[in-house]
Write a protein that binds this ligand. Sequence first.
Ligand SMILES: Nc1nc2c(ncn2[C@@H]2O[C@H](COP(=O)(O)OP(=O)(O)OP(=O)(O)O)[C@@H](O)[C@H]2O)c(=O)[nH]1
Ligand SMILES: [Mg+2]
Length: 217
Amino acid sequence: MAVRAEAGQRAGSRGTAPAVSDPARVRNAALVGPSGSGKTTLVEALLAHTGEIPRAGTVLDGTTVCDHDPAAVRQQRSVAVSVAPLLHADTKINLIDTPGYGDFVGELRAGLRAADAALFVVPANAGREGPIDPTIVAQWEECAAVGMPRAVVIARCDNPRADIEATITACQEAFGNGVAPLYLPVREGENLTGLYGLLSQTPAGQAPPAPRTHAPR
Ligand SMILES: Nc1nc2c(ncn2[C@@H]2O[C@H](COP(=O)(O)OP(=O)(O)OP(=O)(O)O)[C@@H](O)[C@H]2O)c(=O)[nH]1
Ligand SMILES: [Mg+2]
């Protein structure tokens, strides 16, 4: 198991991995999903978005934080579990990137053992390709059996074959009706321009509106 605990030290704008003193403010979230679903790329985007690294690397260039192993760079896929921490809302989130390729299932198990939650990364074209891979459904059910909180992230939304609505339906059929969208994509023409939070009723990244107050009489 290769662990990259100091992701921010690679080239990070922070210069160090984020630290919190209160253990209650640490979360370990494992990314689970088939090979090529976009887990490592998603981690990279999250690290860049939160300022842990100055810009996102790519799997193709072998410049991601998580796929640092020379074998991963050569194979252009993760070969071992790796950890990349970021800070969000005063909470340190250790993203545990796991390999989706079946040969490395031991690494996936190691990652899940350390996790308090699992993010199932499903590519946005999955809804067009038939039912969700039964291996992934089995992993979802395993996590459910031990009471591990789970969420679905639909990735690779710029894929020309992306069909987000069909993929949400496929996830509901595979994982159960408990899967409900929290964010929906915002489109301008053919392009995805952002996300709209259904709970906050605001575009993602914007503060929700202040609660309405009654004018004093
Ligand atoms: N255009 C586009 N390409 C993406 C996106 N996400 C991932 N890719 C590409 O898809 C390929 C697989 O992405 P990875 O991030 O390595 O997928 P993974 O789930 O980590 O795969 P494993 O490590 O094998 O489990 C790479 O060539 C990425 O560059 C995306 O959102 N848009
Ligand atoms: Mg990967």
